[in-house]
Design a protein around this ligand. Structure first.
Ligand code: C2E
Ligand code: MG
Ligand code: MG
Length: 427
């Protein structure tokens, strides 16, 4: 795409964004404030009409602005009141010629008034929505407005859930998944499942995703000081909207270079649904992303249109088995068989298998017996601010540096002490 074309498109997008934000803001603002704006525009229209020489010098089109605003926000009744008020202000109260103060003929302002009413009703009808849909649209617009405010004022935080290697004798934290947290000042905690889809709809996800990525890269650089190697990986969730961005690879590279981290320390998680939206484009984007040196994981595996035909086509490294299967593995043999076979499938294709949502020691033991490589879940670690991961990494470093004590028969007391000091690193 030529640069002029690009500039034109971005200018258009910018204009579109400003307009949609202004409309959104007007839709959710206090009703009294909206009435004040409409009344103010009416008076301003009258003043402009007078200043330019009266109704005869310029057609009073200005009055359509407050009428349309009233129609959009307050429906047919609001449009009628605004049209009637405009008819009066643009009629008997506006001279035909300001210099001579000649009054307008009655037929002129009555005809104009009829147009005001007609146009107002047409706009009111065109923007009419059922009461439920209007309320829902307002709720979405308000949430979008609040989300923008939250991003600008740093109300969003990135928490991390530890990812554990469960293949070895001793569990170790080998990575962490970045999960967004929003504490709304009045509505309290709003789960990402609610605001991420909204951000996807409005396109805000690009800005949100970029901020999360920048924060994760910064955090990884900090952890790198503790880990002293590049084998700690932070996972970042990517939405379908972000995956569709042709510049995704460039943006990622910029963030990685900016933070001075190793690309292998980042993993991007994409759901099957996001990938399947357009498998050809997804493959291209994923390949471009992987070419930067990061690793890729299929998130919530098993919940989308799982198909063997595409799994081996995608340039991925990890398959994350969805928590809905893990929740049933110790109770239902079908779920256990499905999980065991998914692990086998992952290994056959050269991928690692990660179990999501591990909540009990029994589930963990069963997954280990199935040769699952990695696990994540409340039993191992709940998502928390980054300080918890920092503490775990420091503990692991201390343990690594300590010379291993000569093997002795473990007394009951040491076994008990070890048990009580189970931590994020060793659980
Ligand atoms: P996900 O990527 O599959 O993340 C795992 C979700 O499972 C998280 O929910 C996590 O808190 C929860 N979880 C982890 N272990 C357990 C467990 O043992 N039991 C149960 N019941 N749940 C567990 P959360 O934080 O509410 O996130 C929900 C989804 O929101 C994520 O699913 C991800 O798709 C999306 N999300 C979160 N942060 C971001 C982000 O920064 N960008 C994008 N695009 N999506 C995000
Ligand atoms: Mg995820
Ligand atoms: Mg998941």
């Amino acid at each position: 795409m030529g640069s002029r074309e690009k500039a034109g498109t971005s200018g258009f997008r910018w204009g579109e964004r400003v307009t949609s934000r202004a409309v959104g803001f007007y839709e959710v603002m206090d009703a009294r404030a909206a009435v004040a704006i409409i009344a103010g525009l009416l008076v301003a229209s009258w003043a402009v009409g007078r200043a330019v020489g009266g109704a005869g010098a310029v057609a009073p089109h200005w009055f359509y602005i407050p009428i349309v605003l009233a129609a959009v926000r307050f429906g047919p009744l609001g449009a009628f009141v605004a049209a009637a008020a405009s008819m009066l202000v643009a009629g008997p109260l506006l001279p035909a010629e300001t210099s001579t103060m000649t009054a307008q003929p009655l037929s002129d302002w009555l005809t104009r008034g009829a147009f005001f009413i007609l146009i107002g009703q047409v706009f009111a009808l065109a923007s009419r929505q059922p009461a439920g849909a209007r309320a829902q649209a307002r709720r979405v617009t308000r949430l979008d407005h609040d989300l923008r405010h939250a991003i600008a004022h740093g109300e969003l935080e990135v928490h991390y859930q530890g990812v554990f290697d469960i293949g070895g004798r001793r569990r170790r934290v080998i990575g962490a998944e970045a999960l967004l947290r929003w504490h709304h000042p009045t509505h309290g905690y709003i789960p990402p499942d609610q605001f991420i889809p909204l951000a996807e709809q409005t396109g805000l996800i690009d800005e949100l995703g970029e901020r999360v990525l920048a924060e994760v890269c910064r955090q990884v650089a900090e952890w790198r000081e503790i880990v002293e190697s590049a084998d700690f990986v932070a996972a970042v969730n990517l939405s379908a909207h972000q995956l569709a961005d042709p510049d995704l690879g460039v943006r990622v590279r910029r963030c990685i270079d900016g933070a001075g981290i190793d690309p292998s320390q980042l993993c991007f998680e994409i759901t099957e649904t996001a990938v399947m939206a357009d498998i050809t484009v997804s493959r291209e984007r994923l390949q471009a992303l992987r070419d930067t040196g990061v690793s890729l994981a299929i998130d919530d595996f098993g919940t989308g249109y799982s198909s063997l035909a595409y799994v081996d086509l995608l340039p991925v490294d990890i398959i994350k088995i969805d928590q809905s299967f893990i929740a049933r593995i110790t109770e239902e043999s079908d779920a256990a068989a499905l999980v065991a076979n998914t692990i086998l499938l992952a290994h056959t294709l050269g991928y690692k298998a990660l179990a999501e949502g591990v909540e009990t020691p029994e589930q963990l033991a069963l997954l280990r017996s199935m040769c699952c490589d990695q696990a994540q879940g409340f039993h191992l670690h709940r998502p928390a601010p980054p300080a918890e991961i920092t503490t775990a990494l420091k503990r692991q470093r201390r343990q690594r540096r300590q010379p291993r004590p000569a093997r002795t028969v473990t007394s009951r007391r040491t076994a008990r002490t070890r048990q009580s000091s189970r931590t994020l690193a060793s659980r």
